[in-house]
Design a protein around this ligand. Sequence first.
Ligand SMILES: Nc1ncnc2c1ncn2[C@@H]1O[C@H](COP(=O)(O)OP(=O)(O)O)[C@@H](O)[C@H]1O
Ligand SMILES: [Mg+2]
Length: 393
Amino acid sequence: MVHQVIGAPVSGEDFYNREEEQRVVWERLENNSLLMLAPRRVGKTSLMHRLRDTSHQNGFLATFLSVQDQSLELGFVLKLYEAVGKLQKADTVLRRLADGPFGSFFGRIKKLGPVELAEAPRDEWRELGNALTLALDTLAGSWLLLVDELPVFVLSLVRQDPTGTRARDFLHWFRTLRQGPYDRARIRWFLAGSLGLDTVAARLDLSDTINDLQLTPLGPFSPSTAHTFLVALGKTYHVDLSVEVRERILERIGWPIPYYLQLMFSELHSRQQEGAAAPTVATVDEAFEELLSPSKKMYFDYWRQRLGEELGRPDDGFANLLLTKSARDERGASLRVLRQALGAQITDPDQRDQKLRYLLDVLLSDGYLVEHEERFVFRSPLLRAFWLRRAAR
Ligand SMILES: Nc1ncnc2c1ncn2[C@@H]1O[C@H](COP(=O)(O)OP(=O)(O)O)[C@@H](O)[C@H]1O
Ligand SMILES: [Mg+2]
């Protein structure tokens, strides 16, 4: 039985489908490490948990870690070190290392709090990083390391050093770590995140540091999977969803990622609990409105907040302006309209065009907008409606 889960990664029976995606991932992992960049809420973390939980039958031993809350190289390497330590066999390897010359070093580093970590000598992480390579080199067998939110970490390095040198040094080291020689082991990486790491890398001329990774996208559910998913949820909670109702749900959300389907279903379900009859097309429209009410703001507000956190000022304001322009017209905004809107803020035409390109790159790769018939339009009508009501400026 599949249950309503909103926000947290899903697992077990609540993880629905993604069969084809899993098949492709395991097939590709035979020969490659992978990079999955997809907008937030598409279901990456859930998929990674699934890959970890089914790694054994696919011939790998796996470990999962998220580096979302790391902002220093040392923190990243420590986190990785801990994760590798969780791998059955690596545990003995790391213990052996800890008994050897690295011992006191590991012991000391592990005890540091966030402030002390920040104050550690800038290059200290390299020593630990090299030790990690040695640890991996003693492994035998097939290993899968799943690293979530890598782009967030890289972007934080870029923020701390806008020249990109720190990000480049780190990514170079990370690539070397992936390459190995690793004679005895087969080590694969699955790196994921919701920001356009490829766009950032291209902008900072870092593409060579990630070109060993095979890009593996993750999209919405297919319409037929979306239908069967809704039926399955309905079965669990005794909510009868007719074909017309399901079609209306898909029409309204426009982009059938499981998260939006879960949200719509939960609205319909809570209505039914209040004693109403089976949902109709009109109920779907009511549920849609309800999702956009102020009390449900948190479901989408992340998309607005994130602009501030990731772009900083004044780019977040510019991005909001472009989004607002795109939202105002159902068919989206043309490049000319967007250029004009930004031109009111940035007078120099070269600067304006450069900024426009960059911001559109971010908004496209982060899943806010898509380009359709030379217009920039919201990927999801649901997010578009939210934007018009709650975020537009
Ligand atoms: N395979 C799935 N089956 C059912 N619901 C899912 C699935 N994948 C994602 N979801 C829904 O999407 C939400 C976000 O999933 P998550 O894996 O955290 O996405 P991401 O890591 O891409 O942000 C979950 O809380 C759940 O509501
Ligand atoms: Mg996630």
